[in-house]
Design a protein around this ligand. Structure first.
Ligand SMILES: [Zn+2]
Length: 368
């Protein structure tokens, strides 16, 4: 958006909020709608309405391209990505649903943190270009369907509740093992979201005070010490893997990580030690969550679960058998998701079910 024209009477615009928005644009010359919402404290919907009025009155104009903050990547790149997501949604509908009007809505499972009120993906640590992206609104505009947004780990927990069989009953933590780690919570058969739907940020629990430096500035966070690149580096240092792996190359790291897990499964030794030490670090976090919330189960899942499952089950189970404080009252169970690698996507779909059919209306805010 450009600067305001001179000499236009503000009375024509009407409303204090309109003047506030206009002032914010005037001060910075160019702001996205999301940035405007941030700057003014107004809702995304209010900003949409006000900017439509301001555009209609010729007081501001729309800029063709917007830079994403600080990173220098044009937002048009993201728009191409979002268009791709919308096209995939249409493909799935065309393939799977006989009549489009039978589709209740679209669920999105996004890495946190999210701003669920505004439907915005805020700043996920592993997706540098995704800064304050109003994904819910963008997909609503493109598909014309109601859209719900939730955190990926909460979606996974929701999937387990809806489709996970016995694993999904009662009170449990869904522990997600992927590029990042996180926890989704179900307590008393209800998905727990916290005050802003950002429950489960466990990545910075310190499990190894002498461990590697995390981007948060501290050492030995469970998220950082669960990263495949860290484990691969450990394996190289221990002589399990050959040196020369490019740790910035995601595919190279994934391949090396798979190799580490394979070697670990073949015989006891350094490789197994590395993976079992990871299981022990994760067990410490599970133990704290389980004791804090009096849970009955941990359900592991996420992209790395299949590779780690052979080492985790027994290690976490035996750790919890020693350290779960109410074990004399009830047992604590360690399980893996039965829903496979698609658990996040199934969770996204179950958000729509949860919203539409659950007897307890959830706090999700949809874009209709
Ligand atoms: Zn950290």
């Amino acid at each position: 958006m450009g600067s305001a024209r001179r000499g236009t009477n503000l009375d024509r615009v009407g409303g204090f909020n309109d003047a506030v928005v206009l002032d914010a644009i005037r001060r910075t010359e160019q702001l996205s709608r999301v940035e405007l919402a941030e700057a003014t404290g107004l809702s995304g919907q209010a900003i949409s309405n006000i900017t439509r009025r301001l555009l209609g009155a010729g007081l501001v104009r729309e800029a063709g391209r917007q830079r994403s903050n600080g990173l220098g990547k044009p937002r048009t790149l993201l728009e191409a990505l979002i268009s791709g997501i919308a096209a995939s949604i249409e493909d799935v509908i065309a393939e799977a649903v006989p009549a489009r009007d039978r589709v209740v809505g679209v669920g999105i499972a996004a890495p946190g943190p999210i701003d669920v009120e505004r439907g915005v993906v805020v700043d996920p640590p592993n997706l540098a270009a995704w800064h304050l992206v109003p994904l819910r609104h963008e997909l609503r505009e493109r598909t014309g369907l109601p859209v719900l947004l939730d955190k990926d780990v909460t979606a996974a927990a929701s999937a387990e509740k809806w489709a996970g069989g016995p694993n999904g009953r009662g009170s449990f933590v869904f522990f997600y093992l992927g590029t990042g780690i996180g926890a989704g919570l179900v307590i008393g058969d209800e998905v727990v979201r916290g005050s802003s739907s950002n429950v489960g940020e466990i990545g910075h629990v310190i499990v190894d005070p002498d461990g590697p430096l995390c981007y948060c500035g501290r050492r030995g966070c469970v998220g950082e010490t669960s990263q495949p690149r860290y484990l691969v580096q450990q394996a190289v240092d221990a002589g399990v893997l050959a040196p020369g792996i490019d740790l910035d190359d995601r595919h190279a790291v994934d391949a090396a990580f798979a190799r580490l897990c394979l070697v670990a499964s073949e015989a006891p030794g350094e490789a197994r030690g590395i993976v079992e030490a990871l299981a022990e670090r994760v067990a410490k976090v599970v133990e704290d969550i389980a004791n804090l919330l009096d849970l009955e189960r941990v359900v592991f899942g996420g992209p790395h679960w299949a590779q780690l499952a052979p080492f985790f089950g027994d290690a976490v189970q035996s750790a919890l058998e020693e350290r779960f404080l109410v074990r004399s009252v009830h047992s604590f169970e360690v399980a893996g998701t039965a829903l496979g690698a698609d658990v996040g996507a199934i969770g996204a779909a179950s958000l729509v079910l949860d919203q539409t059919f659950s007897p307890n209306p959830s706090v999700l805010v949809g874009e209709r």
